[in-house]
Design a binder for this molecule. Structure first.
Ligand code: SF4
Length: 371
């Protein structure tokens, strides 16, 4: 098993009867490169994952078989077919039974390789339908693993830093409360992804903190109310964010959110406006990114219908390139704006005042670890 977020694979040094590649759109060029290299060596090639699910025709040009959707329910059949060298062109995955999932294979990949942070799956899917997101299309509405399975898996880990892997960790409040209660005895520190709504629920926030929550990735995206509404994130209210984030900080939890640029409501002023806004509301960690129109998303469809897509080079769908014509600025302004945002958010004076606030909220040791 190879994960190229850790180390690149050299196909010349790997021999395999069957190569199964999973990747999303920004990595599609690399995925196809590997598929071609292994195919030339005689391997059978299967491609699955987000890009294959939404671009199966294109993907099939590089693979003996394309696997769409979740892979668990077609995996045994696929392996059997590969053994007989009789792969079918398409394997259509269905939603997996969450009570039958295996833990991530620690005998093949180790926590040490991931900086001693380990990921444990909690749920798949999300009830929201944000215009730029593929989760609802790929995974549907939220499905949860049984809590005892999660607790058992964490108990066997060799690290106390855990990512509770869920697209929306606290969507089902009762489930989340039960999970947090069960986690308390394990004395772990965890990171997770949820929405800002957690800040309005003191009981849930308190339970999260007691169970070891240290860091929440929260989708705020932009201070533009109109852009949030159109993207399907109308539940994020910019006017409430300062007090909501303060509630989270009170529990010693760091807030990380990306700053997304390129919404149709954005003008060239948005970059500095967002930097000031994010600093003012108390965001601890952020990075700018241009909105990526992933094939399969409503955002991609809209741009396609409006004939505004400028690139089909998937390597440029990386959040750093303007791959579509922005509505109220040039592509150059959009690409340069991300840098402008960083300069203002991480300016000397803002960084210093943020550090002082973080020392009060989290203590010196934690603050020094926030980069
Ligand atoms: S809330 Fe998050 S996971 Fe759910 S659809 Fe929106 S961006 Fe995707």
């Amino acid at each position: 098993m190879h994960d190229e977020t850790i180390r690149m694979v050299d196909p010349r040094k790997v021999t395999a009867d069957l190569v199964v590649l999973f990747f999303s759109t920004p990595d599609a060029n690399r995925g196809y490169e590997l598929a071609s290299a292994f195919s030339e060596k005689g391997s059978q090639i299967v491609i699955g994952g987000l890009h294959a699910t939404f671009m199966p025709e294109e993907t099939s040009e590089y693979a003996d078989a394309v696997m769409t959707g979740e892979c668990e329910n077609v995996w045994d059949e696929l392996l059997q077919d590969a053994q007989n060298r009789s792969l079918k062109p398409r394997y259509t995955g269905t939603y997996a039974d969450m009570s039958k999932l295996n833990p991530y294979p620690r005998h093949l990949i180790t926590a040490e390789q991931y900086g001693w942070e380990w990921s444990v799956l909690v749920s798949r899917g999300c009830k929201h339908n944000c215009s730029f997101c593929l989760i609802p299309g790929m995974l549907g509405k939220t499905r949860y693993r049984p809590i005892p399975d999660i607790i058992n898996e964490i108990s066997e880990m060799e690290t106390d830093w855990v990512e509770l892997h869920a697209d929306h960790l606290t969507e089902d409040r009762e489930y989340a409360l039960e999970l947090f209660k069960a986690l308390e005895t394990l004395k772990i520190r965890w990171v997770g992804e949820t929405t800002i709504r957690i800040a309005d629920d003191p009981e849930l926030l308190e339970a999260a903190a007691r169970s070891g929550a240290k860091y929440l990735l929260i989708g705020i995206k932009t201070p533009s109310k109109a852009a949030l509404k159109r993207a399907g994130k109308g539940f994020v209210k910019p006017e409430n964010l300062k007090s909501q984030i303060s509630n989270i900080h009170t529990h010693g939890i760091i807030v990380d959110t990306t700053a997304i640029f390129g919404f149709d409501e954005h003008t060239p002023e948005i970059f500095i406006e967002t930097a000031k806004f994010y600093h003012d509301i108390g965001v601890d960690i952020t990075a700018p990114a241009i909105a990526i129109p992933f094939p399969g998303s409503r955002f991609y469809k809209q741009l396609e219908e409006e004939d505004r897509l400028l690139s089909d080079n998937w390597g440029e769908f990386d959040g750093a390139h303007a791959v579509y014509q922005p509505k109220n600025m040039s592509c150059e302004e959009l690409e340069a704006g991300a840098e402008e945002f960083s300069q203002h958010f991480y300016s000397m004076s803002r960084s210093a005042s943020r550090k002082l606030r973080q020392i009060k909220d989290f203590g010196l040791a934690t603050t020094l670890q926030i980069t």
